[in-house]
Design a protein around this ligand. Structure first.
Ligand code: AP5
Ligand code: MG
Length: 217
């Protein structure tokens, strides 16, 4: 299976789509946001620094992100492809990623862009809860996305968290950064002929079906 890079605005549904893909194709889901939130949960200098940046909707340095990413994709479970969610996030990360792929003798795969209006994506932050252990994402505003037991992860049975960056002000900051730094990646990858667009404003199942059609399986 080809690796998949997911590009979309904050809260567009990258993590949710990646979970569907992971379950169908048995590919690891690599979210740099989850890797960084995990690093931020440690009470050391690096953890505190990362937490401060994420809470304010700022990017973590390319250096830190690339180190975490490279370590993760070198893992044996990534040898047959993986799903990247939240990486690359700017053109400089994309160029470094090209170099890493060359070094590891891996193919880039394809890029899926989830197209969605800002207001629809923003509305999805209000009910979001996530598991600090397995990172599964829920939404209490949507009956089909609620946890089985109120406030508890279906998989881990532990308390779900609300993300520190899920408030309207930080969302606007994250969204503006997306337009300025991340959206230019679409034309970067378009030049390689590997970009596919899907409508991200539909239900998770409908969004997933569009991707399955693109993958042709
Ligand atoms: P990251 O965790 O990647 O956040 P993001 O890009 O802002 O995206 P989200 O995780 O908020 O949304 P999502 O698209 O995954 O949506 P989800 O599926 O949860 O990054 C966080 C921070 O980490 C960044 O701001 C930055 O500071 C740092 N960072 C990360 N990567 C970095 C990098 N490479 N370089 C530098 N810094 C980096 O869905 C959202 C909600 O909607 C959920 O509640 C879900 O249940 C619901 N939902 C999903 N799909 C649907 C649907 N189709 N219909 C209705 N509801 C839906
Ligand atoms: Mg996510």
């Amino acid at each position: 299976m080809k690796s998949i890079i997911l590009i979309a605005a904050p809260a567009a549904g990258k993590g949710t789509l990646a979970t569907f893909l992971k379950n169908k194709y048995n590919m690891p889901h690599i979210s740099t946001g989850d890797l960084l939130r995990d690093a931020a949960s440690k009470d050391d200098f690096r953890g505190r620094e990362i937490k401060e940046l994420i809470t304010n909707g700022k990017f973590v340095s390319d250096e830190v992100v690339l180190e975490l990413l490279k370590l993760r994709i070198e893992n044996e479970d990534c040898s047959n492809g993986y799903i990247l969610d939240g990486f690359p996030r700017n053109v400089s990360q994309a160029k470094s990623y090209d170099e890493i792929l060359k070094e590891l003798n891996k193919n880039i795969g394809i890029v899926i862009v989830l197209d969605i209006d800002k207001e629809i994506a923003k509305s999805r932050i209000s009910g979001r809860l996530s598991c600090p252990k397995c990172f599964k994402v829920y939404n209490t505003s949507n009956p089909s996305m609620k946890p089985i037991k109120d406030g508890l992860c279906d998989n881990c049975n532990i308390e779900l968290n609300r993300r520190l960056d899920d408030n309207p002000e930080t969302y606007d900051e994250r969204y503006n950064t997306y337009l300025e730094k991340t959206e230019p990646l679409i034309s970067y990858y378009d030049k390689k002929g590997i970009v596919y667009h899907v409508d991200g404003s539909l239900t998770p199942e409908e969004t997933f079906d569009q991707v399955v059609k693109i993958l042709g399986e």
